[in-house]
Design a protein. Structure first.
Length: 356
């Protein structure tokens, strides 16, 4: 079978020290039923990569001479491997080496996002993956799994720890005064897609800032402008800028089509929402002397990379359908899929380099 024959190729792409990581993480306390640590990892990746049930994986592994275990034992090994699989994900991202240089020299830049995944069945639980990528390397420096509902599950900056001087790029789901204040408290800066409904702004005189009035002056496609504003969170006053650019007519029409689809589903749209569809608007705490409005907007464009990563995971490896019912099992299954996605990236790069 191709799934078994291709294993030596996959093995060559695993990060250095992956076996030792299995021992130090506690994933491998004993190898009862498995001939080696390699056999254990091979069996786990067959389970998630081939879409086999635990029972079918156990049968196939026995027929191939890889392992002789029951489906229950395999499930327990999957749960125990969570920290090991997470470590492998982090190592593979670090070894990816994709170059994507931000427009700002000397700044450490991170991109944040989250995506929802679901267990199978109509009543299957939903989970949310919170993800952080560093630019220009696209390495993952933070990965967190939470339930999709309840306290601490929403997209928020509080899921991450920031270093002084970092620039954090995030979408409108993170655009809240308390979250922005939390980043600034750690001496980092933000560049976040503006949601005027969730982020009240004030001008230099302390009066409410009208985003609608400001962007109305952008009449030509590609015309950009910025306005100094202030965000308030409790007693904190955070200085920043609104940077905006008018979209092309094609992009505006596409955005309005998406809004019309939402209307069909019963959602209501304000007049301001229709107007905002004509622009890309971000709020940033970056000082004007450090980054022009064009540099800010160019830097924000890099955030789409993390969205593409999630789309690959869902469309190619079906990460949006969890086959397990326990929290530990679900996390391990997700980490395994991330490993496969990163290995697929490595394999595709090798193919492109050698193919005529």
């Amino acid at each position: 079978m191709a799934e078994l024959e291709d294993w030596p190729v996959v093995l060559e792409l695993l990060p250095v020290g992956w076996e030792q990581a299995g021992r130090s993480s506690g994933a491998v306390k004993r190898l009862r039923g498995f001939s080696s640590i390699e056999a254990l990892l091979h069996t786990l990746l067959l389970h998630v990569g081939c879409g086999w049930s635990l029972r079918e994986t156990a049968v196939q592994a026995k027929l191939a001479g890889i392992a002789d275990v029951s489906d229950v034992t395999l499930l327990n090994r999957l749960r125990d491997a969570e920290l090991w699989l997470r470590h492998l994900c982090q190592q593979l991202w670090q070894e990816g080496g994709v170059s994507l240089q931000p427009a700002l020299g000397g700044r450490a830049v991170r991109v944040l996002d989250a995506t929802v995944v679901r267990e199978p069945g109509r009543t299957g639980s939903q989970w949310r993956i919170h993800y952080s990528l560093r630019l220009p390397s696209l390495e993952c420096d933070s990965f967190k799994l939470t339930p999709n509902h309840g306290k601490g599950s929403a997209e928020r900056f509080g899921h991450f720890v920031f270093e002084p001087g970092e620039l954090v790029l995030a979408d409108a789901g993170y655009c809240h005064p308390a979250g922005i204040a939390a980043v600034v408290e750690q001496q980092a800066d933000v560049c976040v897609r503006l949601n005027p409904h969730a982020l009240p702004l004030y001008d230099e005189q302390g009066e409410p800032f009208s985003v609608t009035t400001a962007v109305a002056g952008l009449l030509r496609a590609g015309q950009a402008a910025e306005w100094p504003v202030e965000v308030r969170s409790g007693t904190q006053r955070i200085a920043g800028r609104v940077c905006a650019i008018r979209k092309s007519e094609a992009a505006i029409n596409q955005a309005r089509r998406r809004l019309r689809e939402k209307l069909k589903s019963g959602k209501s749209m304000s007049e301001q929402t229709w107007q905002y569809a004509q622009y890309v608007m971000v709020f940033t705490t970056l000082p004007r002397q450090e980054a022009t409005v064009r540099q800010v907007l160019e830097c924000y464009r890099l955030r789409w990379q993390i969205e593409l990563a999630f789309k690959r995971l869902k469309s190619l490896l079906h990460i949006d359908q969890l086959p397990t019912w326990t929290e530990r099992g679900s996390r391990s299954w997700l980490y395994s899929h991330l490993i496969l996605a990163l290995l697929c990236d490595d394999l595709s790069q090798d193919f492109l380099e050698s193919s005529p």
